[in-house]
Design a binder for this molecule. Structure first.
Ligand code: NAD
Ligand code: ZN
Length: 357
């Protein structure tokens, strides 16, 4: 079902349209030199049309690549009062959000997300994150697009593991929102073979859940932090694999680690059906990643633990972990990461790796 809604945010409210076919309808009307897109979409443009193409890699998302892009925007004649259109996944989104937040002290932009991850999650919330040297997502700003146009049909060309990666983020957001939202998500029968109309329903469920968190806590002070569920472990898997493991797959592994960690502390989750459903669902999606077991056996739980230690959400003495409580609620817990906690974290990582090896 096509839908449109707005997101309240402090600088300005912005708008989201979800409708299959909207991309093809609008592409012709866009001024091509002011489009920034993923090289993957080269075939969509006619000879002579000159959008700015970028490769969708973590290297392209680094601060030292920004001056060249800013010069390209200047060469394309982009002035204050004009708008950029971004077409791509989370990488293109992060780059465009960041550069438009600083170009001539800020210009407006609109966004067509093209990955499931960007459609269900990152397209709203306003964050941009850019890598600096070896540090992922170290700098950024809050700078939302004016208008987000979501065409679920664009996801039809995604590789299977990229599709699964996005579904894992949708599972995460709806699980964090609560059992009703997660049950509605599961009732769409989410899988990498799902139909485009079913994906449209998943996108609506994911965005509705995320809208709740970003509207009550726009700047990530309290409730929104719960959306980092699976991410402290997940980012460590992602970077330990040198970004060979897609973000959502790594988050799925991270969620399984956080559940293993709680079990090791004596929490059984017995009778909490949502937890059992989440684990089964994640297991299926994670296995879509080709070469998973080879990648995982090459990782070292001690190395993953050290990478977790540098998570920017911790302070020097206390770590903040997002965990599932004995009643199945997602909660934030501060803990001293030394002694037995460190052992349990390493053990949770090792047992999760063993599940897929
Ligand atoms: N700013 C935020 O709120 C936020 C949130 C989550 C993730 N992120 C960032 O997003 C990035 C990951 O983004 P992503 O997973 O959306 O993907 P991506 O942009 O990294 O793209 C993944 C791959 O899919 C390809 N691709 C994109 N759209 C396609 C399509 N329709 N068909 C076929 N191939 C397509 C790309 O070329 C690339 O090879 C990470 O850098 C992460 O840090 C940002
Ligand atoms: Zn994520």
């Amino acid at each position: 079902m096509p839908a449109s809604f707005s997101i309240a945010s402090s600088p300005y409210s912005y708008f989201v349209n979800v409708r299959t076919g909207i991309f093809d309808e609008m592409l012709d009307k866009l001024y091509k030199p002011h489009i920034i897109t993923d090289e993957f979409f080269h075939p969509l443009f006619k000879y002579g049309e000159q959008p700015i193409f970028l490769e969708a890699t973590e290297a392209a998302k680094s601060l030292d690549r920004m001056p060249a892009l800013i010069e390209q925007l200047r060469a394309a004649g982009l002035k204050r009062g004009q708008e950029i259109t971004a077409i791509g996944g989370g990488i293109i989104q992060d780059i465009v959000s960041f550069t438009t937040s600083i170009y001539m002290r800020g210009i407006l932009w609109n966004y067509f997300p093209t990955t499931v991850l960007a459609m269900v999650d990152s397209c709203i919330g306003g964050k941009s994150s850019i890598n600096v040297g070896p540090y992922k997502n170290l700098v950024g700003a809050f700078h939302s697009p004016q208008h987000i146009f979501i065409d679920p049909a664009l996801a039809e060309t995604l590789p299977r593991d990229q599709f699964a990666s996005g579904l894992i983020e949708a599972a995460k957001i709806t699980f964090v929102r609560g059992p009703e939202s997660f049950a509605r998500y599961l009732s769409c029968s989410p899988s990498i073979d799902m139909s485009t109309p079913a994906l449209e329903s998943v996108i609506m469920e994911g965005l509705t859940a995320k809208k709740h968190f970003i509207e009550i806590d726009e700047f990530d002070k309290k409730e929104r932090l719960l959306l980092n569920f699976g991410h402290t472990f997940g980012h460590a898997f992602e970077s330990a694999s040198n970004y060979a493991i897609p973000h959502g797959i790594a988050v799925g592994l991270g969620i399984l680690c956080s559940l293993a960690f709680q079990r090791d502390r004596g929490i059984s989750f017995h009778g909490i059906t949502a937890v059992a459903h989440l684990e089964n669902h994640l297991d299926t999606l994670i296995r879509t990643f080709p070469g998973l077991s080879d990648r995982l056996v090459a990782l070292n739980p001690g190395d993953i633990y050290s990478r977790m230690a540098s998570d920017k959400k911790h302070n020097t003495r206390w770590w903040t972990l997002i965990l599932v409580s004995p009643s199945g609620e997602v909660i934030s817990e501060h803990m001293d990461p030394r002694g037995d906690i460190a052992d349990r974290i390493r053990q949770a990582i090792a047992s999760t790796i063993a599940l897929f090896s």
